[in-house]
Design a protein around this ligand. Sequence first.
Ligand code: GMT
Length: 374
Amino acid sequence: MKIGIVCYPTFGGSGVVATELGKALSKEGHKIHFITYSQPTRLDFFNENLFYHEVDIKSYPLFDHAPYELALASKMVNVVKYEKLDLLHVHYAIPHASAAYMAKQILKEQGIHIPVVTTLHGTDITLVGKDPSYEPVVTFSINKSDGVTAVSEDLRKATLEHFDVKRHIEVIPNFIDLGRFKRQKKEHFKRAICPNGEKLLVHTSNFRKVKRVEDVLKVFRKVRKVLPVKLLLVGDGPERDKMERLSRQYETWEDVRFLGKLEAVEEVLSLADLFLMPSEKESFGLAALEAMACEVPVLSSNAGGIPELNLDGITGYVCEVGDIETMTERALDILSDENLPRFKENALNRAIDFDVSKILPLYEAFYRKTVEDA
Ligand code: GMT
C-alpha cells in the first residue's frame, strides 16, 4: 500500500511509534510517506520505500501563531493527490486528526477518496484533548476518522469515558524492535558508572509534570539508605532544572547523573538493574517496554495502561501513584541478588510479546479493513 504517516517528529512516544511503524512497513514493501514539520528523529536510515514531505509553515506579521493545521492539511492534500496514496495514518489526535478531516473533504471535492486512520496515543485524550478548548474538535475528528486505534485498552476506555465517541476503537498496542533494543555487553561502562558494584537505576522521560520525576528521586533517596545505588536520568523537559535542584537538596547529587537527550538509549538501558516509571498518567509506557527489551525490570505506578505491560510481581511491580513507601520496598525486593535474575528474565520474555513482528500484521490487517469499509 501507499501510506501517508502524519506525526510529531520529536523524541516523544507517539512520534517514535509512528516512525518505527513506517520503517517496519517500508521493509514489508509498503511505500511510506512521512508528513511532518521536520525530519523525524528516528527516521535515520535509507530505504527506497521511505519518503519525507516537510510541511511549509508560512509566517506573516499578522500571525501570533502560524496556522500549522492549515499548512499540514494543504500538504496532505498534495501528497495524497500526487503520490496517489491509499491511506492516511495520523498519530496523536491534535491537530492531526482534524487536519486529515479537512484534507479529506478538500480531496472529496476533487473526486479523490482517502480513508483516514487515527491512532490515539495518550495525552491527546487524557490531558490536552479533554480540555474544553479542544474537546469538540477532538470528538468530531475521532468520529469522522474511518478507523481509530488506541495503544492500550485503558486508553480505549478513557476515550469512551471522556468523549462522545460512537465508533469502534481497535486496541493495537505499541511494539518494539528487539533487533535494536537488546542488552548489549557494556561491562566497562558499567564499571565506570558503578565502580563499587552499585546497582543502577534508570529513568527516561520528557521531564513533564505528568512523569512525576520527583518520585524517582524520592524512591532513589530511600533505596540509597539501604543499598549502594546510582541513578541515571535520560531526557530533557520542563521539570529538569527543578529535579537537578531537588537531587542536590536531597544530598544524593554525587550518585545521580542527568544525561539529557540521548539517541542510543538502549546503551544506557543495557547497564540498568531497574527502570522507574512513577507516572501520573501513561497510556502505554513505551519507555518501560524499551527497558524490558534490554532485560530491565520495571517499578511503575498503576497509571493508565502501564499494568497491561508491566505485570505486577513478574516483570517488576506496579504501585499506587505517589506511594513512595511501597515503591521503595518493591525496588529493594527486585534489586535483591536472589530476585533480580528472575525479574530480568521475565521482563525480556514480556517484551517479546510486543515484538514488531507480532504487532505489524495487526496494523496491516486494520489498514486493509479500513480501506475496504471506507
Ligand atoms: O509520554 C509522553 O508525554 C509523550 C507521549 C506522546 O504522545 O508522544 O507519549 C504517549 O504516547 C506513547 C506512545 O504511544 C505512550 O507510550 C505514552 O505512554 C504516552 N504518554 C502518556 O500517556 C503520558
